[in-house]
Design a protein around this ligand. Structure first.
Ligand code: SOE
Length: 381
C-alpha cells in the first residue's frame, strides 16, 4: 500500500505530539517539517529522524508529493497557512482554536467545501475511549434528558508572572487565550457529547497578571520553569488568564464552566460533569481511563476503560485491553486515523471534528468576548 505523505508545519510542543501520533498510524509518513526558522525545523528533524526541513512553510506546499499538512503554529498563522495549503491542493488538519476570528474560519470552511479537501480541527479530547462511552450512554438515553453540564479546564503552567509562552500575546495568539486555548475544547466537548448547541451565554474574563516578564528568547509550551531573573523583559498582558461562563444548552439544559491557566496543582485538568433525568457522568482528563457514573437509587459506579465491556461504538476508540492505559497521545492517534481514512478515500465518513465545528467554536468565542465586554447575557444564534 502506498503511504500517504504529510508535512508538519510547526515544530513546538504540538508539532511533536502530532508527529509521534501520525507515525503510529503506519500508513502515513511525516515527510517534511516546516518550523518558524530553519534552525528550529532542523533541530526537531534531527531529533526524530526527518531529513527534509525548512523555515518556510511555502516550500512544503509547493512539493507535489505532499498529500496533507498539519498546522501546529501560533494561532494567527492558522488561517493564512490553511488557505494557502488548500489552494495548493493539500488536505489540512489544523490545531484549535481554528483561527483568531470567525470571519477567517468561515473563509476556511468555504474553501474546504469548494476544493472537497479533507479538513479537521484538532479537538482530540473527544476521542478518549470512556469519553466516547459517555457519548453513547447519552445517545442511548441512559442518562435521560440532559439537564445540567458543568466543569472546568484548569492548568497551572502560567501561574507566575515569570511564566511565558507565545499564547500570552494577542498578536500571536488572538484575543482569547485561556478561553481560546482550552475553553474551546470544553465547549466543543459538551456539545459533541450531548448533541445540543450552546444557545446563549454570559461570560466573565479576567487577566490576573496585567504585566508579565517575557523571556528574551523563545520558550516552548509547558517549559518555562527553568529560567532565571536576568532572562526577562516586562510586557503588558492582553489575553485572559481565567474565564467563567454560564450557558444554556439547547432549549432546556443549563450549565457553567471555568477555564484557568493559573490554578495551582491543576496540570491539565479538563473535567465535565453531565447530569440527566436518570443518571450522571463525570470524567477528568487527569484520570483518563476512569468514568464516574452517578445513580439516584443504586450505588454509583466507576467504569474502568475496557473495550470488551463497553458500547461497541465506544470500544472502537480503545486499541488496548483493559488495564492498559490510553491517554493524550492515543486520543490524537484516533483523530488522525479517521482524518487520514478520509484523505485516502473521499467517501469515508467525516467522523472527526471539521472546520465547520471550528467555525462554530470561533462564533462562540466571539460571543464570549462580547458578553464579557458588555457584562451581559448574549444569544449565540
Ligand atoms: C496548552 O494549554 C495545551 O497544550 C493546549 O493548547 C492543548 O489543546 C491542551 O490539550 C493541553 O494544553
Amino acid at each position: 500500500m502506498k503511504k500517504l505523505r504529510t508535512a508538519m508545519i510547526g515544530a513546538g510542543f504540538m508539532g511533536k505530539v502530532h508527529t509521534e501520533a501520525i507515525r503510529r498510524l503506519g500508513n502515513v509518513e511525516v515527510a517534511a517539517i516546516a518550523g518558524v526558522s530553519e534552525e528550529e525545523a532542523r533541530g526537531f528533524g534531527a531529533a526524530v529522524g526527518i531529513g527534509v526541513t525548512t523555515g518556510d512553510y511555502r516550500t512544503v506546499l509547493s512539493d507535489a508529493s505532499i498529500d496533507a499538512v498539519h498546522i501546529c503554529t501560533p494561532n494567527v498563522l492558522h488561517h493564512p497557512i490553511a488557505m494557502a495549503a488548500m489552494q495548493a491542493g493539500k488536505h489540512v488538519l489544523c490545531e484549535k482554536p481554528l483561527t483568531v476570528t470567525a470571519a477567517q474560519a468561515r473563509e476556511m470552511v468555504e474553501l474546504a467545501k469548494k476544493t472537497g479537501l479533507a479538513n479537521c480541527v484538532n479537538h482530540n479530547l473527544r476521542y478518549y475511549p470512556v469519553v466516547q462511552q459517555v457519548r453513547r450512554l447519552i445517545e442511548n438515553g441512559e442518562l435521560g434528558e440532559i439537564l445540567i453540564a458543568q466543569g472546568t479546564y484548569s492548568q497551572d503552567w502560567l501561574l507566575y508572572d515569570t511564566d511565558f509562552n507565545w499564547r500570552l500575546e494577542a498578536k500571536e495568539n488572538g484575543p482569547l487565550r485561556a478561553m481560546g486555548d482550552i475553553g474551546s475544547h470544553w465547549m466543543d466537548m459538551v456539545q459533541h457529547l450531548t448533541g445540543l448547541k450552546i444557545t446563549a451565554l454570559c461570560a466573565d474574563l479576567a487577566i490576573f497578571h496585567a504585566t508579565r516578564k517575557k523571556p528574551k528568547f523563545a520558550v516552548e509550551t509547558f517549559t518555562g520553569k527553568k529560567l532565571s531573573p536576568e532572562d526577562y523583559d516586562p510586557i503588558a498582558v492582553d489575553t485572559d488568564d481565567f474565564g467563567a461562563v454560564l450557558f444554556r444548552l439547547g432549549k432546556r439544559a443549563r450549565g457553567a464552566f471555568t477555564v484557568s491557566q493559573m490554578s495551582a496543582g491543576c496540570k491539565n485538568r479538563f473535567q465535565f460533569e453531565i447530569f440527566g433525568t436518570k443518571a450522571g457522568a463525570i470524567w477528568n482528563q487527569e484520570r483518563p481511563d476512569e468514568l464516574w457514573i452517578g445513580q439516584r437509587n443504586s450505588p454509583n459506579q466507576v467504569l474502568i476503560k475496557d473495550g470488551s465491556l463497553m458500547d461497541p461504538k465506544a470500544a472502537a476508540y480503545a486499541d488496548l485491553p483493559g488495564g492498559h492505559g490510553e491517554g493524550y497521545d492515543d486520543a490524537h492517534k484516533q483523530v488522525f486515523r479517521r482524518f487520514y481514512r478520509r484523505v485516502a478515500d473521499a467517501s469515508a465518513p467525516e467522523d472527526y471534528p471539521t472546520f465547520a465545528d471550528g467555525l462554530w467554536g470561533m462564533q462562540l468565542l466571539e460571543k464570549v468576548i462580547e458578553s464579557s465586554a458588555k457584562r451581559a447575557w448574549v444569544e449565540t444564534a
